[in-house]
Ligand binder design. Structure first.
Ligand code: BES
Ligand code: MN
Ligand code: ZN
Length: 500
């Protein structure tokens, strides 16, 4: 689907569909008002029949209204006018695009971008509309013989009220589509099953970015190199699997050579069976999503390449499977991490932190400006925050604040949890420097406390995305989060030019 921006009056549109907002109590938005006048008051007459009140997310498709040039008019409920905010805007757009994608319309012009949304600039509205519409038409049908995606809609125009806003709208469009493409890539990788999306597959996919962008270089360390580096924690997880592990490195240079890089680390467990501490069978298939941290980091790098931001960023993806095997980690095993600290593996299902800790130690060599790791790390985070916010824990307040702010702006929120010393007491081991699990309490925090033992040399933040990275149930699948948050954070490092 091609998305573009244009500035056009609504009354004389020759389009398959025009999309107009209606507030609660059938209050027409000003564009809807103009169409109503052009059609001799038909919109108001139809609304009086009572099929639609204007409640947020309602839609009503009308056909061939006399006096208009278009085949269809899609009315979209926007709720109370005074309450129409960022959240409402997203909801109205999702409703619009969902209805459109089920219709036969081949092209559409959307006037929702003209509505006032808490005084947000046009660039922000266009960007959000672009992300939302790409998100809504995505289908996880890559491996289906019968593609359900019979989308008629191939052109979606976002209207801009005044032509002087076009410049900002175009910036919004390019940012929105870069993020949307990053999200789609991330969802695609997340949805692939463990037998296809192996560590080797992930590294091949990452290498494609190196071919696509001249300022992106990709390489992957193999088992031998990890042994030389002493990555005993990462390797201990990998040794229970027949799939060789990788540590993927993606280097993006958009800034000066000497600019210190931001390092993104993504957990890439391509399947988490739990290992010898095996998980129950119910919904175990969902553990193919245990590489969504990796997928979101790769998706963010794709967005970054498209936007060509003027900064340096390095993505590190430690990736392997967590399987039960004669050679797998056993409860009680003690491994030595790259940092030299020893770890008692009391539960082989707490494997994410074992692969992340070595990647975090490895990141020191890049003299990072900051390090952000992204991981589907704990079931406890799903219990604590559900699917609406990822967990954020950090050793640097200003970094945490920037990430929280980025999440709000991007509509991809995080929520901070405390990283207090007291919590790390439960990680004490009788036989090693630390255990890989705490007790039952505060599982998300103790997992972060474990990682904190490897991040004292740099500014670091951890995003636990176990709740936000995928949806369960009927709409099971990867969400592509937190690509919008991460891309926003990186744009925020670049100053004014990327402010939408
Ligand atoms: N990948 C899981 C975390 C997870 C669990 C994400 C459920 C989404 C839903 C992680 O590797 C894991 O198994 N964590 C354990 C840690 C425990 C053994 C301390 C968990 O959360 O149960
Ligand atoms: Mn696990
Ligand atoms: Zn896991």
């Amino acid at each position: 689907m091609d998305i573009s921006v244009k500035s056009n009056p609504a009354e004389d549109q020759r389009s398959a569909c025009i999309v107009l907002g209606v507030y609660e109590k059938r209050k027409l938005s000003s564009t809807a008002q103009q169409v109503d006048t052009a059609s001799g008051g038909q919109l108001s007459t139809i609304l009086k029949l009572g099929d639609m009140d204007g409640k947020l997310g309602q839609t009503l498709m009308l056909h061939k209204l006399a006096g208009t040039q278009c085949e269809r008019i899609l009315l979209v409920g926007c709720g109370k006018e005074k309450d129409f905010d960022e959240k409402g805007f997203r909801k109205a757009l999702t409703a619009a695009i969902t209805t459109l994608s089920q219709s036969g319309a081949k092209d559409a012009i959307c006037y929702l971008t003209d509505l006032d949304v808490n005084k947000q600039q046009i660039g922000w509205k266009v960007r959000q509309a672009t992300e939302i519409s790409q998100h809504a038409i995505y289908r996880a049908d890559t491996l289906k013989s019968d593609k359900e995606n019979n989308l008629s809609l191939n052109k979606f125009v976002l209207n801009v009220a005044e032509s002087k806003q076009l410049k900002s709208a175009k910036l919004g469009l390019s940012i929105g589509s870069a993020i949307a493409n990053g999200v789609s890539l991330s969802r695609e990788l997340g949805n692939l099953p463990g037998n296809i999306c192996t560590p080797t597959y992930l590294s091949t996919e990452a290498s494609k970015l190196g071919k696509q962008f001249s300022n992106m270089k990709v390489r992957a360390l193999g088992q031998k190199q990890m042994e030389t580096l002493g990555m005993g924690a990462l390797l201990s997880v990998a040794k229970g699997s027949r799939q060789p592990p990788k540590l993927i490195e993606i280097h993006y240079q958009g800034g000066k050579k000497t600019d210190r890089p931001t390092v993104l680390v993504g957990k890439g467990i391509t399947f988490d069976s739990g290992g010898i501490s095996i998980k129950p069978s119910a919904a175990m298939d969902e553990m193919k999503f245990d590489m969504c941290g990796a997928a979101s980091v790769i998706g963010t790098m794709a967005a970054l390449g498209e936007l060509q931001l003027p900064i340096n960023v390095i993505a590190l993806v430690p990736t392997c499977e967590n399987m039960p095997d004669g050679n797998a980690n056993k409860p009680g095993d003690i491994v030595t991490s790259m940092s030299g600290q020893t770890i008692e593996v009391l539960n082989t299902d707490a494997e994410g932190r074992l692969i992340l800790c070595d990647a975090l130690t490895y990141s020191e060599k890049f003299k990072p400006k900051s390090v952000i790791d992204v991981a589907t790390l704990t079931g406890a985070c799903v219990i604590a925050l559900g699917k609406h916010a990822c967990g954020l824990l950090s050793n640097t307040e200003s970094l945490a604040d920037s990430l929280l702010e980025a999440g709000k702006r991007a509509g991809d929120r995080a929520w901070e949890m405390p990283l207090w010393d007291e919590y790390s007491e439960s990680l004490k081991s009788n036989f090693a420097d630390m255990a890989n699990i705490g007790n039952r309490e505060a599982g998300t925090i103790t997992a972060a406390c474990f990682l904190a033992k490897f991040t004292s040399k740099f500014k670091w933040a951890h995003l636990d995305i176990a709740g936000v990275a995928w949806e369960s149930g009927a709409i099971k699948g990867a969400t592509g989060r937190p690509v919008p948050l991460l891309t926003q954070y990186l744009m925020d490092q670049c100053g004014k030019g990327y402010q939408v």
